[in-house]
Design a protein around this ligand. Structure first.
Ligand code: ADP
Length: 420
């Protein structure tokens, strides 16, 4: 194929528009695509200034551009290519990509412009932009909706949190109430139980001395003869003993109720310990069983210490009378008094029946009586009172006991140095 023919046919059939102008801007060649692009016939374009396909301001300035380039060689578009706006015959404008190159043919300067219609691309771009914008709007809208939802959720969360907290408070208050009710109920139960035990114990404990008093009184009534004085005295002494027993019993009840009401206060006063212990032993010795002997080890020297007299008396009296009560006749009861480490120490030992090991843990409970106490009279209150008094004084009580061998009770009371 001949070169120039081939080129011409390529020139005419390429899809992009090709416009060749001379150095003055006159169009010397326009291919079919070029003419079509601008809506002209090729003939209408050839020989005319290329500015005819340019809208303002390029339309008026194009000659100037060419002159400027030819004079300065300063290329704004040549060899570069850019997007420009073109003008159709019908006056409509449209975007094109324009690539310009210069050529010399027979020493004459020409410019070749290859134009590619960008209308569709631009339209697509615009659509993309529009879609983008719509998308952005949607995202924006969704974000706003989401943030509203989140805010509402946060609000609900806050309310829920508050509700949960309130509920927890109510629940804990309810629990607290329940616990208090339970405690109150337990107390009430315990009180009822105590009442029952107390009534059965009291009726039993009162009946024996009261019937002794009654029978002794009616016997005395019968002993009218002068020589029956001895018998009368025996019964008078029985009556006295029973009354004393009843008084003790009542004192115990009184102490217990005072302890329970929390009314007890310590009344400290100076006590000469040796003399005080001797008095109690004398008193106890009047009531011990036949042949029982109370052996006493006192302080090496008389000592005046401050204690609550009634309490310390009750403690000692109870321990010593138990030692006697739960021991056989002709046994030895021992009291040891000592002062050590700022404590007054009282130890009571006996050779009695002892306390069964399995029951020892209940020894200081109210109304507790060991199973081996049998018919020996008692209320089960004495040791409870002793323990409460010792606690009140700030002391300590311990014991060791073996059944059939005997028991040893040890009380340690802190010495008081202050007044009152
Ligand atoms: P009570 O002697 O009036 O029954 P206490 O509280 O003094 O009441 O004693 C409680 C129980 O402890 C007694 O019933 C008895 O079983 C037991 N007990 C106390 N002291 C002794 C002791 N020295 N030897 C044996 N058992 C004792």
């Amino acid at each position: 194929m001949e070169d120039s023919k081939a080129l011409t046919s390529v020139f005419e059939t390429v899809i992009d528009a090709i416009v060749i102008i001379d150095s003055k801007g006159t169009m010397v060649r326009v291919n079919q695509a070029g003419a079509k692009l601008f809506g002209y016939d090729q003939d209408e374009m050839l020989g005319r200034n290329v500015s005819m396909v340019m809208p303002e301001p390029d339309h008026s300035r194009h000659d100037g551009y060419l002159r400027n380039y030819i004079q300065t060689g300063d290329a704004k578009i040549i060899g570069i290519g850019r997007e420009v706006t073109a003008l159709r015959k019908d006056g409509t404008k449209f975007p094109v990509r324009l690539a310009v190159s210069k050529v010399y043919i027979d020493n004459q300067l020409y410019f070749t412009g290859i134009l590619h219609d960008l209308t569709k691309i631009k339209e697509a771009e615009r659509k993309i932009l529009e879609l983008n914008h719509e998308l952005e709007e949607k995202v924006h809208e969704r974000t706003r909706e989401l943030s509203e939802v989140v805010n509402r959720l946060l609000d609900t969360n806050q309310k829920l949190k508050y509700e949960v907290e309130e509920r927890a408070k109510v629940q804990s208050a309810l629990l607290h109430n329940e616990r208090e009710l339970k405690i109150a109920l337990e107390k009430e139960k315990e009180l009822n139980e105590l009442k029952t035990r107390f009534v059965s114990m009291a009726s039993h404990e009162f009946r024996t001395p009261l019937s002794t008093i009654l029978s002794s009184a009616s016997l005395i009534n019968r002993y009218t003869d002068a020589e029956q004085q001895e018998r009368r005295e025996k019964h008078i002494s029985k009556i006295k003993n029973s009354v004393a027993h009843l008084t003790n019993l009542l004192n115990d009840f009184l102490s217990i109720s005072k302890i329970e009401e929390g009314k007890l206060r310590l009344h400290q006063e100076p006590i000469e310990i040796n003399a005080f212990c001797k008095d109690i032993i004398e008193e106890i010795s009047l009531n011990v069983k036949d042949g029982q002997h109370v052996h006493c080890t006192l302080l090496p020297e008389p000592a005046v210490l401050r204690f609550d007299k009634t309490m310390i008396r009750t403690i000692l009296y109870n321990l010593l009378s138990n030692a006697s009560k739960y021991s056989a006749e002709s046994t030895v009861i021992e009291l040891k008094v000592g002062v050590e480490d700022e404590h007054l120490e009282l130890t009571v030992l006996d050779e009695g029946i002892g306390i069964p090991e399995s029951e020892q843990k209940h020894l200081f409970d109210r109304f507790f009586r060991a199973t081996n106490a049998g018919s020996i009279q008692g209320t089960g209150l004495g040791l409870h009172i002793v323990k409460r008094y010792v606690d009140l004084i700030g002391g300590n009580i311990t014991f060791t006991s073996r059944q059939f061998k005997g028991s040893a009770f040890n009380v340690k009371l802190p010495l008081q140095h202050g007044e009152g």
